[in-house]
Design a protein around this ligand. Structure first.
Ligand code: HEM
Length: 387
């Protein structure tokens, strides 16, 4: 799993699995085993079936781990909680991501995008799009939404690696998580003392009596990481994919096409390639395969989003395909809470980018690009562009 991986190149491997072994036994880097689910119908079943729980199995994915068990999830980390606690916490947060709230937030996203484009223009090409746009935009957006000082970004970026970098040792990841907790606990204490009008501030004001400081910090850390790492990689890989399809890129100038194009980018790239590990609480049959109580299941969102049973010409990138729901944001109770925000960022960013730099192009040959190792989120390391 640590090999470098080109996210454009997944079709054949997944197709073979869907046809021949849709629920197959795989070895994880730790030596533990899991069932790998590659068809969309099976994926949907696993992600909505209450007989599976979502577990923090990062240590199973790290090579050299001796303890093959799952970790006790940190307080407030929604993804590894189960109903009814999960439902209770999710309800407290959901109001921050409604369509109405996103409409109110749109001008903030637009001004962040414009400022970053100004900065790119000032520097002049070529620039590394990852560094100059794809990382700062979602970092600024999530900081603004949560009420986290952007000045601290270098530190939280370093620490977020603990959530996504599977090559990192268990000890190092735990140490970084502890640092994050300390940082966020200080911020929460500040917000208790001096209420602010942002997500964390409102959460403290409205629910501070029923949430512990540890829960509030856990919510903050998880949202911060989930909010920029995913969107940043999506922004950069999405632009790369569009640059490979100039005819489709040009169509993004038509406002009516933008939402559909963003959905196709999300489907085709599926930057969160696997859902978090699920564990069967009891024996369950998936796609004709018995999954025993206690066994692990890894759902391939990437393969599900290329399933020919759902999409015509599934390995083709086509912004004109008739809209079909996809699993890029997961499915079921853990469906991405930030999906409306991620969509908003992508829908604002691409047209603005094109309008500003109509002649945007890669500044190096496509073949020279390097991708992130197969971490939890696909991405491109650097994306030199010019105009
Ligand atoms: C959950 C993808 C952006 C917050 C998820 C899941 C996926 C996902 C696949 C479900 C994982 C599973 O079931 O195992 C993405 C992608 C994004 C993105 C592709 C960007 C393109 C964001 C943003 C935020 C966010 C911007 C926050 C502001 C969350 C949270 C969860 C989650 C809190 C857990 C929800 C729960 O367990 O109830 N995301 N996400 N995500 N995401 Fe996102």
């Amino acid at each position: 799993m640590a090999e470098v991986f080109c996210p454009f190149d997944v079709g054949e491997e997944f197709r073979w699995l869907r046809e021949h072994a849709p629920v197959s036994r795989i070895d994880l880097p730790s030596g533990a085993q899991a069932w790998f689910v590659t068809r969309q119908a099976d994926a949907r079943q696993v992600l909505t079936d209450g007989r599976f729980r979502s577990v923090d199995a990062a240590r199973l994915m790290r090579p050299g781990t001796t303890d093959a068990g799952v970790a006790e999830p940190g307080p407030g980390v929604l993804l590894f909680m189960d109903p009814p606690e999960h439902t209770r916490l999710r309800r407290m947060l959901a109001g921050n991501f409604t369509v109405r709230r996103m409409d109110q937030f749109r001008p903030v996203v637009e001004s962040i995008v414009t400022a970053q484009l100004d900065e790119m223009a000032r520097r002049g090409g070529p620039v590394d799009f990852v560094r100059e746009f794809a990382l700062p935009v979602p970092s600024l957006v999530i900081c603004e939404l949560l009420g986290v000082p952007y000045a601290d970004r270098a530190e939280f970026r370093r620490r977020t690696a603990a959530q996504v970098d599977l090559a990192m040792s268990e000890e190092r990841a735990a140490a970084l998580w502890a640092e994050s907790t300390e940082y966020m606990a200080r911020l929460v204490a500040d917000k208790r003392a001096h209420p602010t009008d942002d997500l964390l501030g409102r959460l403290v004001a409205e629910h501070g009596h029923e949430l512990s400081d540890a829960e509030l910090s856990g919510i903050g850390i998880f949202l911060l990481g989930a909010g920029y790492e995913t969107t940043a990689n999506m922004l950069a890989l999405g632009l790369l994919l569009l640059l490979r399809h100039p005819d489709q890129l040009a169509r993004l100038r038509d406002a009516a096409v933008v939402d559909r194009a963003v959905e196709e980018l999300l489907r085709y790239l599926t930057v969160v390639n696997n859902a978090a590990m699920r564990q069967a609480r009891e024996d369950v049959e998936i796609g004709g395969q018995l999954v025993g109580a206690g066994e692990f299941v890894l759902v391939s969102l990437g393969s599900s989003n290329r399933d020919d049973a759902v999409y015509d010409r599934s390995d083709e990138f086509d912004i004109d395909r008739s809209p079909a729901p996809h699993l890029a944001f997961g499915h079921g109770v853990h469906h991405c809470l930030g999906a409306p925000l991620a969509r908003l960022e992508l829908q604002v960013a691409y047209p603005a980018l094109l309008a500003r730099f109509p002649d945007l192009r890669l500044a190096v040959p496509f073949e020279d690009l390097e991708y992130l190792p197969r971490t939890l989120v696909h991405g491109v390391r650097k994306l030199p562009v010019t105009w």
